[in-house]
Design a protein around this ligand. Sequence first.
Ligand SMILES: Cc1ncc(COP(=O)(O)O)c(C=O)c1O
Length: 488
Amino acid sequence: MGSMMGNPQLLSKMATNDQHGEISLYFDGWKAYDSNPFHLTRNPAGVIQMGLAENQLSFDLIEEWIKKNPEASICSREGVKAFRDVAIFQDYHGLSEFRNAVAKFMGRVRGDKVKFDPDRIVMSGGATGANETIMFCLADPGDAFLVPTPYYPAFDRDLRWRVGAKLLPVICESSNNFQITKQALEEAYDKAMEANIRVKGLIITNPSNPLGTILDRATLKTLVNFINRKNIHLVCDEIYSGTIFRGPEFVSISEVVQEVECCNMDLIHIVYSLSKDMGLPGFRVGIVYSYNDEVVSCGRKMSSFGLVSSQTQHLLASMLSDDDFVGRFLTESSRRLAKRHKLFTEGLQQVGITCLNGNAGLFCWMDLRPLLDEPTIEAETALWRVIISDVKLNVSPGSSFHCSEPGWFRVCFANMDDPTVEVALDRIRNFVDQKKGGGEVAPQKKKRWEKNLRLSFKARISDDSVLSPHLLSPHSPMAHSPMVRART
Ligand SMILES: Cc1ncc(COP(=O)(O)O)c(C=O)c1O
């Protein structure tokens, strides 16, 4: 295939602009992993993927349910009778049984403290599609959304690339555990006013990606009051709401808006998906839940571009309507996340590495400031390069989350099995010990037990290529590129 990128005028301005945010260490880490992926037996010296916020700890529960409920799938002898109904054209409203089940599930995940109206559920291709859909409904090109830092790197693509919205940081700092303050909000807003930029809203993730923390009720009220005073929108990405693994309890914006006097509900929108809470990112189930009728109506029309396949809707309608299963799944999933989080953070503590005290999500916000040569982004990037190329762990540096303080890294812990966690912890401990000893960090070598395994490295790309320039700025997504595969 010839390269069209050498001749950009053949493509649209939007297709060739740089607003997709692909040029980021976050995605570079993905590429490094992709070129040399760790496997416990087939490639034990490879890069361990700790940059993927996936929940793979409870697949067995879903598999067990599928086996017990063969009629829920149209691809089984028991379920094929529904095949024709599911195969024919579906409009963009979605199957009513699917919307009912998702609305009920959203309530359940939030402790049944609020009820969600199935008629306000708008479908989209994952939360990625949902975030773009809501942005499309609310912002014109050049309009801005405030976003507290550190924030999910793919917002740069999802909210900016095709819609043309701007993202303006609300600076949050470690001195108060990265809490969002009224002062920081006002400062960001005033700065936008001075620059003559129209602010259309504030977008938050709660629980936070990358912090793994939740917003307390008082902070949520501050946000609701702030956006009401300014008459701007509030978009709450709550896709990690079912990943709370210890107290305090999660508080959804849907609860808080009922408690704040005179809240203009037309300004409130929730983004949700089943990618994290159920661990089903491949199903591409995303939801915009808006309290604004016009947004629901416009978003629904937009759904045509990102419908959830009716086969998926059919299966999930059945699964999520099974109250016993949902209850068991949510309890067990959070128990397993708690266990994994404990294993991981205690392992880090053994070498004096601390993490922000989180209680949700699929990652920790790891504090490596003591390992920086100096408190700069350059030093953070240098440390990241050593971690990825010598220690062979794909962790994501704070700069890729727009963190204002160098030295923080996001490490995902729920996308691997226990033995892989142990290898990762071993590597981190060795690395920190060597760093503390003042020595150079030895590149990851095969251990004796690893060497003894009869391995085939046929497909492995040499380590030198991990950070080679062509991989750092790919001109076309490879079949295995993270840009094609995932974005978490
Ligand atoms: C905060 C946040 N929003 C949206 C997404 C995208 O999720 P989905 O896979 O449902 O598109 C992610 C994925 O990591 C995320 O962390």
